[in-house]
Write a protein that binds this ligand. Structure first.
Ligand SMILES: Nc1ccn([C@@H]2O[C@H](COP(=O)(O)OP(=O)(O)OP(=O)(O)O)[C@@H](O)[C@H]2O)c(=O)n1
Ligand SMILES: C[C@](O)(CO)[C@H](O)COP(=O)(O)O
Length: 244
């Protein structure tokens, strides 16, 4: 199943990375993170319509890194959810209610082609959409606000959400507009698309994903992503050139 639309929020500033440029432009073997992510999406869904959310003042981006023949550049918003909703609004004249939309963080360049296709397959069949996720693998502590353990949480049934997350256009639009409305849950609570759908009382499906679909967030994640991309390279045809 090919999604009709791919939304790639790429308008973050990379505050936690603390680099000299937003993390999507940090280099892995001379190519920016953004290029790897777009290559993966293109390998899986070359026919999809890409919406790339970029900061209006972005002076790092060049279309040379976009493998899609045609794409839309959409202005990013203050928060991730604002960027995604800008993309949904931008495609409104073309999108049909039942079009499948996949949203994938630019900061997740290691997503596998198999996981992308699997997620699209499930999202297309589930009325409430689907997301890649992994069961929590570590013991989870709640702090007491002063650096000590207040308690150990029961991790049974807990999952870490990843992207992509896939929904029909009308549902995703309704969920995000409702979340951001005056009586909605608000942008701070909508850290992924599924949270907005959940706030409607609906239940997106959890699709178990690979643990190496990391989100590059902190400085050490870049080296991790470099190793993961190099290790994944023999598994299939790719334009990627990761130093081994
Ligand atoms: N206003 C924003 C904020 C984030 N993002 C995107 O949302 C994804 C996940 O966000 P995160 O990892 O938090 O990225 P940053 O916001 O860049 O990082 P930080 O929170 O450390 O500043 C990233 O692909 C990021 O570019 C976006 O499109 N628009
Ligand atoms: C959407 C996401 O990648 C799911 O794990 C994540 O929530 C986005 O990161 P943020 O740091 O919360 O913006």
């Amino acid at each position: 199943m090919t999604p009709r639309w791919l939304i790639v929020p790429a308008a973050g500033s990379g505050r936690r990375m603390g680099a000299e440029c937003p993390k999507q432009y940090l280099r892995i073997a001379e190519r920016p993170v953004l290029a790897y992510t777009l290559d993966r999406l293109h390998q899986a869904f070359p026919e999809a319509g890409l919406c790339l959310c970029l900061r209006p003042d972005d002076n790092h981006f060049t279309s040379d890194w976009v493998p899609f023949a045609d794409y839309r550049r959409v202005p990013g918003g203050e928060e991730r959810v604002d960027s995604v909703i800008n993309a949904l609004r931008a495609i409104e004249p073309l999108a049909r209610d039942d079009d499948l939309v996949l949203v994938h963080d630019v900061a997740r360049p290691c997503v596998s082609i198999e996981n992308l296709m699997e997620l699209a397959h499930h999202a297309a069949r589930q009325p409430n959409g689907a997301l890649l996720a992994t069961p929590v693998a570590d013991t989870i502590k709640r702090d007491d606000g002063a650096g000590c353990v207040q308690r150990t949480e029961d991790r049974r049934g807990l999952w870490q959400a990843q992207t992509p997350q896939g929904f029909r256009y009308a549902l995703l639009r309704r969920a995000l507009e409702a979340a951001l409305s005056a009586d909605g849950i608000g942008a701070a609570m909508v850290t992924d698309e599924a949270s907005a759908v959940e706030a409607l009382g609906l239940t997106p499906v959890l699709v178990p994903g690979r643990r190496d679909n990391i989100k590059i967030t902190h400085p050490e994640d870049l080296a991790l992503a470099t190793h993961i991309l190099a290790a994944q390279r023999p598994s299939g045809p790719t334009q990627e050139t990761v130093a081994s």
